[in-house]
Design a protein around this ligand. Structure first.
Ligand code: MEV
Length: 436
């Protein structure tokens, strides 16, 4: 028996083909099984293999298009990359309801990111803070000298603030450098500027600088969206429109009062947000982390997670939803500029207003997604919508032919038995009674 080790010297130097061979042998994959690692047509393998290290293939998620979106009067087809059924349909449906009152109204703040410089071993934190603030103009100029391109495009370092923090390791200073990143995500620009300023900030403070890094709590780079969902369009088989408005407000109230519900409420928002962020090649971990921290940060009583959306009933009895969340997405740099599918998706969005417009669209999708989830939860429950696609998958797995799938799905749903064993029985029954 050969002893296997994951220590593979020079793995990173191998070609994609050679790495695939190593992995195939390691895992005992058949040629057929290993075929999943092949790059899809239309994707230049060179691009993907330069994006990250040790590439062996591409991981394909379904890419769906949400329809019906109107944001600030402009029409959008929205690319969404996500593995979960119902999300794209729910967003499209919510956007259709919002259209009746003019769609989504959205705005975005200037795309200002925050970089942090941590200063330790400061004898006089309050005095040090004043010394750093006193040198603000020179520090901002030094930061901007690091990125003349960004300055030329209208961005650059805008402001500097200093916080004094009590930590388990004593008092620390944290300088915040505010940088307008324009259409970039901003990570490289901000990190470079923080690294450049740190020695001078530490000298002024009389301490030493350690961390110099962007903050994903992008409270200065927010996107906001609102929409009105007409009560009369919300009725279901068993509830009137005004009753549905009340039920959604009750569902929302639980998210305000209870972090256990708020976490799930916000997860539903991120179903939409992350799917667009991913489809446009942006850093979805940064957006997720920022959104979840923001949901706690902006709570006035501190430390309690709150919903990222609000819901109210307006004077006409319609439901008004709003959303506000940090949306540090870019269009230049990062995967957005190199990944072929991300590039096509950005083109599909027909953006003319840069990264801020993308941020507004993302906020609108987040609100649509949340509204759709609340409407389903507050009325018939969430499962019905999920079930059809699930049943389709089960029917296909049970061997139903394309011409049999619809009938199998219908019976699985009617019997409330969406299981593969039952699907196999139904297929057999059908074939026995009507052989092909
Ligand atoms: C499922 O992915 C998302 C929901 O749980 C969100 C919610 O409960 O609001 C339906």
């Amino acid at each position: 028996m050969t002893l296997r080790t994951s220590e593979i010297p020079g793995f990173y130097k191998l070609s994609v083909e050679e790495r695939r061979k190593v992995v195939r042998e390691w895992a005992g994959l058949t040629e057929e099984e290993a075929r999943v690692y092949e790059f899809p047509p239309g994707i230049d393998p060179g691009i993907l293999s330069r994006m990250i290290e040790n590439v062996i293939g591409a991981f394909a998620l379904p890419l769906g298009i949400a329809t019906n979106f109107q944001v600030n009067g402009k029409e959008y087809l929205i690319p969404m990359a996500i593995e979960e059924p119902s999300v794209v349909a729910a967003a499209s449906n919510a956007a259709k309801l919002a259209r009746a009152r003019g769609g989504f109204q959205a705005q975005a703040t200037d795309p200002v990111m925050i970089g942090q410089i941590q200063i330790l071993d400061v004898a006089d934190p309050a005095g040090a803070r004043f010394r750093i603030l006193g040198a603000k103009a020179a520090l901002l100029a030094a930061a901007n000298a690091k990125d003349p391109m960004l300055v030329r495009f209208g961005g650059g370092a805008r402001d500097l603030s200093v916080r004094i923090l009590s930590t388990p390791r004593g008092t620390m200073l944290v300088a915040h450098l505010l940088v307008d990143a324009r259409d970039a995500g901003g990570m490289n620009a901000v990190n470079t500027m923080c690294e450049a300023l740190a020695p001078e900030v530490a000298r002024l403070a009389g301490g030493r600088a350690v961390l110099r890094i962007i903050s994903n709590l992008a409270v200065e780079r927010l996107a906001r969206a609102t929409a009105t969902f007409p009560a009369e369009l919300l009725k279901t088989d068993s509830a009137t429109g005004p009753e549905v408005v009340e039920a959604i407000l009750d569902a929302y109230a639980l998210a305000v009062a209870d972090p256990f519900r708020a976490a799930t409420h916000n997860k539903g928002i991120m179903n939409g947000v992350s799917a667009v962020v991913l489809a446009t090649g942006n850093d979805f971990r940064a957006i997720e982390s920022g959104a979840h921290t923001y949901a706690a940060y902006r709570a006035e009583d501190g430390g309690v997670v709150r919903p990222l959306t609000t819901y109210e009933k307006n004077a006409s009895g319609d439901l008004v939803g709003t959303i506000e969340l940090p949306t540090a997405v870019g269009l230049i740099g990062g995967a957005t500029a190199v990944h072929p599918t991300a590039k096509a998706n950005v083109k599909l969005l027909r953006l003319t207003g840069g990264a801020q417009e993308l941020a507004q669209v993302i906020a609108a999708v987040g609100l649509a997604q949340n509204f759709a989830a609340l409407r389903a939860l507050a009325t018939e429950g969430i499962q019905r919508g999920h079930m059809e696609l699930h049943a389709r998958n089960i029917a296909a797995m049970a061997g139903a032919r394309p011409d049999e799938v619809d009938r199998v799905v219908e019976r699985l749903i009617a019997e409330h038995a969406i299981r593969i064993d039952r699907a196999r029985e139904i297929v057999e029954e059908m074939r026995r009674s009507a052989p092909a």
